[in-house]
Write a protein that binds this ligand. Structure first.
Ligand code: MN
Length: 737
């Protein structure tokens, strides 16, 4: 590549000027000077660095700063921090230098954006550790996470030039943590783009297909919308307020989710788009105007009573306000109509930062976000959580669907959707939760695992004899209840361990066994426990008894005790060995390379040749090959990206691979016979199992069979769909029920 330094320099300056232009309306006196200083430092620090795409590195911080201004609505402090966000991590400049120039606040933000250096223990997750560190700063200053989201967005937009395993890792992290986080902070536009990009990099074929279909249907959709809004528009004009009508198709990712969840093709997704009516009203009259417009819309079109959503009276936890209804158009099609004011629309798109702008007018919703931050802080203060546990709990805090319920005194409580009576009890107080034995929901007695619905009024029943147990963790869903129950159980466990410790000492004495460390080591092996802690626990709990200890005393190990270290597979070492075989790439070839390392195809997603796959180094079972669309892939890649190894199929086709098909159709005599005939006789495919269910004339079947690759599978699906009575044949992702 030929680089023209002069051209490049001009481009850098042009981009810097564009940033300033966009920031101009929000700059105070002296701000421009500070921004220039930050830019100069960043440019100098990164001057010899390039991005994977070959571009000068400084393009990246410039873009991140621009996203902060334009798409999130942040100010000078954030622009400076964004320009400098990679400086400490990647160059010689130290935090204290930046602190001297820009002060403590900006230095703290940059610190939050800087990854932890160093090595992590095997089995822990560097990604999780870094995420936790970032959130520590978040709890002091929300801008850390907003800038981080801008950083992530730009990295996703430019992910094309990254190697495949990095694409998978970054995309998975994005869908696992950053998109939900953007959602939680109300940054809808960014959340949507992150999700779409995730799909683009993990399943390009599907992404392309949906994107193309959205394009193809544009003209007819626009025509339909025009006709649909025409009568409404005439009435709106009479109201004497400014308004705007927008209509956008749903995001590619949300359409994809619908297709997947309901197992339907694109053409059957009925709510492909929503019509949005944005009103310019005085603040005091927002609510009445919105309902007035609702009344206009429903004068022309019949609403579906089950789909009225009033997030104006009770906004969502992330601050979202809007009035939604789904109405029947004249052609028999359901259309979602969203009614909101300009202010609500801005908050819905830009989220947290827009809240600041409307801060005075919006006290209650501000406090909803405040409450969430308080919860995050509480989580962070819990020292005994591992980083992975923390990330898991934190994710639990992000999910946004909520249920609104009431205390006996009529106080409103917001809980995650699906919450149970026990969640509610823990929300009121830990002691109430710990002693909860049941509840009265709307005066009716229900068990503690009863799922709550909107509007329920709940009275908790307690007993001093009640004790938390493991079982509770299976049905509570709020992070608060979960972590409190875990704490209670840990406390119980600690008590048992203490008891067990004393008990064991006494019993060993009784049996005249000398309690030295060698004996403990032998006991550990004999009883197959991981630690002394576990040993004491099991004695305390009574699962290791005096008789067991007697047997241990009489037991003579035939060979010296073996200590079994965890089999540690090192990704770098494997890549090196593959390369040593004289190939250009360090990609694992499935079908070959068995000599280098042992690998197995994952059972959860049954990959076959043609699928996009990656290798994952497990702790005990060597390498597992997963599909990039595997239900488990996201979690693996998001937390343990460093254990991912690139993998692809060799071109050899003689081998057959196990995969699963789901067949749905209308029941008729002889159908099962016809289906299995197509499989085994016509196509000569081996079946490993076949199970059918019939329910009121509808049959559904699951077939596990051996195929060569995805093309082979598609041909098979084609043939099966031609069998009379068969309505749909799909490959299923997971055998897990
Ligand atoms: Mn960056």
């Amino acid at each position: 590549m030929v680089i023209d330094a002069e051209v490049e320099k001009k481009e850098i300056i042009a981009r810097y000027r564009r940033l300033l232009r966009k920031a101009k309306p929000i700059l105070n006196e002296g701000d421009a000077r500070l921004i220039k200083r930050a830019f100069t430092i960043a440019m100098e620090a990164h001057k010899d660095m390039r991005r994977k795409s070959g571009e000068p590195y400084i393009f990246h911080p410039l873009s991140v700063a621009e996203i902060c201004v334009e798409e999130i609505g942040l100010g000078t402090t954030s622009i400076i921090a964004a320009l400098l966000h990679d400086v400490v991590e990647d160059t010689d400049i130290q935090l204290k230098d930046l602190e001297r120039i820009f002060g403590n606040k900006i230095a703290r933000i940059i610190d939050g954006l800087t990854k932890i250096r160093g090595v992590f223990e095997y089995g822990t997750s560097a990604q999780a550790e870094n995420f936790r560190k970032m959130l520590f700063t978040l709890s002091e200053d929300v801008r850390v996470i907003l800038i981080k989201l801008a950083d992530r967005l730009h990295n996703m937009r430019t992910l094309d030039s990254m190697p495949r395993n990095k694409q998978l890792r970054v995309s998975s992290e994005t869908i696992y943590l950053y998109a939900p986080l953007a959602h939680r902070l109300g940054l809808n536009a960014i959340k949507t783009e992150l999700e779409d990009l995730y799909l683009r990099f993990t399943d390009y074929a599907v992404y392309r297909e949906i994107a193309d279909k959205i394009d193809d249907t544009r003209a007819s959709r626009n025509k339909f919308i025009k006709q649909f809004v025409q009568p409404v528009k005439e009435e709106l004009d009479k109201l004497n307020i400014e308004y705007e009508i927008k209509s956008r198709p749903k995001s590619i990712f949300s359409i994809y989710n619908k297709m997947r969840k309901q197992n339907i093709p694109f053409e059957e997704v009925y709510d492909l788009f929503a019509v949005r009516l944005i009103l310019e009203t005085p603040l005091e009259q927002e609510k009445s105007y919105c309902w007035q417009v609702y009344s206009i819309v429903t004068d022309y079109y019949t609403p579906n009573p089950d789909r009225l959503r009033d997030w104006i009276s009770t906004p969502k936890g992330n601050g979202y306000e809007s009035l939604h209804t789904t109405v029947m158009a004249k052609n028999g099609q359901w259309v979602e109509v969203q009614i909101r004011t300009r202010r609500m629309d801005e908050i819905a798109e830009k989220g947290y930062a827009a809240h600041w702008k409307y801060k005075d007018t919006n006290a209650t919703h501000e406090s909803n976000l405040e409450k969430w931050l308080v919860r995050v802080r509480e989580l962070l203060e819990k020292q005994d959580l591992s980083a992975l546990e923390f990330v898991d709990d934190f994710r639990g805090n992000l999910f946004n669907e909520e249920v609104f319920v009431f205390t006996p005194k009529g106080e409103l409580k917001t809980l995650p959707n699906g919450a149970t009576a026990l969640d509610f009890a823990f929300d009121i107080h830990t002691d109430i939760g710990a002693k909860c034995i049941g509840a009265k929901v709307n005066q009716k007695l229900v068990p503690i695992n009863h799922t709550l619905k909107n509007g329920d009024q709940i009275e908790i029943l307690t007993s001093s004899k009640q004790k938390a147990n493991e079982d509770w963790l299976r049905f509570v869903i709020s992070p608060k209840a979960k972590s409190k129950i875990k704490e209670l159980l840990k406390e119980d466990k600690r008590n048992l361990v203490e008891e067990g410790k004393e008990l064991l000492a006494r019993k060993l004495k009784q049996l005249k066994i000398d309690a030295n460390s060698q004996v403990f080591e032998q006991m550990r092996a004999y009883f197959n426990v991981n630690s002394q802690f576990d040993l004491h626990y099991r004695v305390g709990k009574g699962t290791i008894t005096l008789n067991d200890l007697k047997r241990f005393k009489d037991f003579k190990p035939s060979s010296p005790l073996k200590t079994r270290p965890l089999e540690q597979v090192d990704v770098k070492a494997i890549e090196q060995e593959i390369k040593a075989k004289g190939r250009q790439e360090d990609t694992l070839l499935i079908g070959e390379d068995m000599d280098v390392v042992e690998y197995k195809l994952a059972k959860c997603c049954t990959p076959i040749p043609g699928d996009d796959v990656f290798g994952f180094v497990t702790v005990n079972e060597g390498i597992k090959i997963h599909r990039t669309t595997c239900p488990n892939a996201t979690e693996l890649l998001a937390n343990h990206g460093n254990r991912v190894i690139k993998a692809k199929w060799t071109s050899q086709h003689e081998v057959a691979f196990l995969t699963g098909l789901k067949v749905i159709g209308t029941d008729r005599v002889g159908l099962i016979n016809d289906v299995s005939k197509v499989i085994s006789e016509e196509l000569k495919v081996n079946m490993s199992s076949l199970s059918f269910k019939t329910d009121q004339g509808i049959f559904s079947g699951e077939i596990m069979l051996y195929v060569n690759d995805t093309r082979h599978l598609e041909m098979l699906i084609d043939k099966l769909e031609k069998v009379e009575g068969v309505v749909k044949v799909t490959r299923f992702d997971s055998r897990a029920a």
